[in-house]
Write a protein that binds this ligand. Structure first.
Ligand code: SF4
Ligand code: SF4
Length: 70
C-alpha cells in the first residue's frame, strides 16, 4: 500500500441550497476568500482559500462542506 506524501489542504465549498447568506463566514475568513454572489449565497474562492476551516466552524447552518477528494 502506498501513502501519498503530499499533505493536501482541505477544500471547502458552500452548499447554496443551505446557505442563508448571513455573511458570518465572511467575517471569519482570514483570507477574504468568501464573497456573497448575486443570488445572496456565499461562494468560496478556491484560489484564495487556505482550507483553514474557520468558515465551516462559524456557519450556523452547516452550509459549508468539506470537498472530499477521491
Ligand atoms: S455562514 Fe453559512 S449561511 Fe452564513 S453566509 Fe456563510 S455559508 Fe452562508
Ligand atoms: S477554509 Fe479558511 S480560508 Fe478557506 S474560505 Fe473558509 S475561512 Fe476562508
Amino acid at each position: 500500500m502506498m501513502f501519498a506524501k503530499n499533505i493536501k489542504m482541505k477544500k471547502y465549498k458552500v452548499d447554496e441550497s443551505i446557505c442563508a447568506g448571513c455573511g458570518v463566514c465572511i467575517s471569519a475568513c482570514p483570507q477574504e476568500a468568501i464573497e456573497i454572489n448575486n443570488d445572496g449565497k456565499a461562494v468560496i474562492n478556491p484560489e484564495k482559500c487556505l482550507g483553514c476551516g474557520a468558515c465551516l466552524n462559524v456557519c450556523n447552518f452547516e452550509a459549508i462542506k468539506e470537498v472530499k477528494n477521491k
